[in-house]
Design a binder for this molecule. Structure first.
Ligand code: HEC
Ligand code: HEC
Ligand code: HEC
Ligand code: HEC
Length: 211
C-alpha cells in the first residue's frame, strides 16, 4: 500500500468512526454526573431527602460486598481469574456504569460509591440542565417541561435482581398468596423508597419507565 492510499483510507476510516461516535453520543442522550450532584437538590427533609434515604440502603455499600468472604467464595465457584472487586462479572451489578467487558470504572463515579442514583435513574446531565432552569422558577415546577430523567420501574430492578446473581435465593420473598419469589417489587421497593411527600402520586408505583 503506498502512503497516499494509506492516508486516504485512514481519513475515510476516521470520518466513519467520527460519524459513528457522534451518533453514539447523541443516542446516549446524557452523561453520568455522580450522586454528589443529585444531593445538592434532593436532600431536603421537606421534599423527601432522597440522598439520605439512598445512603442508608445496601445499594450505597454494594461495592463493599465484593470484598467479603462470601464474595471470594462466589468468585471461586464461578472460576474467575481476578478477585471479585476487579471482575467485570461481579462489578456490573455492584457499581454504577462499570464497563461490562473490561470492568473499567467510570471516571466520574468512584467505585466505593457503589450503586448510585444513576444506576436506576439513568445518566443525569440533561436533568441537571432542567434542574438549574427550575431553580429560577417560583413555586412548583411546571408539569409540561420534560424532567429528562428516568422513572425506574420493576424492569429496572430486574436488571440486577435476577438469577445471574450468585447471591440469588429463589425463596427470598413470600408473596401474598404464600408462594415464594427471588424478588418482589412491592416489598423490595418499600425498603428503598424515597418519595417526595409534597408531590401527588399514583396509588400504584410508577410503572411507565418513561422520561
Ligand atoms: C439543580 C437542581 C437539581 C439537581 C442537581 C438534580 N435535580 Fe432532580 N429534580 C429537580 C427538580 C426541580 C425536580 C422537579 C421537582 C421534583 O420532582 O422534585 C426534579 C425531579 C427529579 C425526579 C422526578 C422526575 C419526575 O419526572 O417526576 C427524579 C427521579 C430526579 N429529580 C432525580 C435526580 C437525580 C438522579 C439527580 C442527579 C443525577 C438529580 N435529580 C439532580 C432538581 C434537580
Ligand atoms: C445480575 C447482577 C449481579 C451479579 C452479576 C452479581 N451480583 Fe452480587 N448481588 C446482586 C444482588 C441483586 C444482590 C442482593 C441479594 C439478592 O437479592 O440477590 C447481591 C448480593 C451480593 C452479596 C451479598 C449477599 C450475600 O449473599 O453474601 C455478595 C457477597 C455478592 N453479591 C457478591 C457477588 C460476586 C462475588 C459476584 C461475581 C461473582 C456477584 N455478586 C455478581 C446482583 C449481582
Ligand atoms: C435502586 C434504584 C434507585 C436508586 C439507587 C435511586 N432511586 Fe430514586 N427512585 C427509584 C424509584 C423506583 C422511584 C419511583 C418510586 C415510586 O414511584 O414509588 C424513584 C423516585 C425518585 C424521585 C421522585 C420522587 C417523587 O416523589 O416523585 C426522586 C427525586 C429520586 N428518586 C431521586 C433519587 C436520588 C437523588 C437518588 C440518589 C441519591 C436516587 N433517587 C436513587 C429508584 C431509585
Ligand atoms: C445496578 C444493579 C441494581 C439495581 C438496578 C437494583 N439493585 Fe437492589 N441491590 C443490588 C445489589 C448488588 C444489592 C446488594 C448489596 C449488598 O448486599 O451490599 C442490592 C440490594 C437490594 C436490597 C436489600 C435487600 C437485599 O435483597 O439484599 C433491596 C431491598 C433492593 N436491592 C431493592 C431494589 C429495588 C426495589 C430496585 C429497583 C427499583 C433495585 N434494588 C435495583 C443491585 C441492584
Amino acid at each position: 500500500m503506498n502512503s497516499q492510499s494509506w492516508r486516504t483510507e485512514t481519513t475515510a476510516i476516521a470520518m466513519v468512526v467520527g460519524m459513528f461516535l457522534s451518533a453514539w453520543v447523541a443516542a446516549q442522550d446524557a452523561e453520568y454526573v455522580g450522586q454528589q450532584k443529585c444531593k445538592m437538590c434532593h436532600n431536603k427533609p421537606t421534599t423527601g431527602e432522597q440522598w439520605n434515604k439512598w445512603k442508608q440502603t445496601k445499594h450505597a455499600e454494594a461495592y463493599k460486598a465484593l470484598l467479603t468472604d462470601p464474595a471470594k467464595e462466589y468468585a471461586k465457584k464461578a472460576g474467575l481469574q481476578k478477585p471479585p472487586e476487579e471482575s467485570p462479572e461481579c462489578l456490573r451489578c455492584h457499581v454504577t456504569a462499570v464497563d461490562a467487558k473490561t470492568g473499567a470504572f467510570h471516571p466520574q463515579l468512584p467505585k466505593e460509591e457503589s450503586i448510585q442514583c444513576e444506576s436506576c435513574h439513568g445518566p443525569g446531565s440533561k436533568h441537571l440542565e432542567y434542574g438549574k432552569k427550575m431553580l429560577l422558577v417560583k413555586g412548583a415546577p411546571p408539569s409540561d417541561v420534560p424532567t429528562n430523567i428516568l422513572k425506574p420501574d420493576e424492569k429496572t430492578c430486574l436488571t440486577c435482581h435476577n438469577n445471574e446473581s450468585p447471591a440469588w435465593k429463589p425463596d427470598k420473598y413470600t408473596l401474598e398468596d404464600g408462594s415464594k419469589a427471588g424478588f418482589d417489587f412491592k416489598q423490595a421497593l418499600a425498603q428503598v423508597v424515597h418519595l417526595n411527600p409534597e408531590k401527588k402520586h399514583e396509588p400504584a408505583p410508577a410503572a411507565t419507565g418513561k422520561k
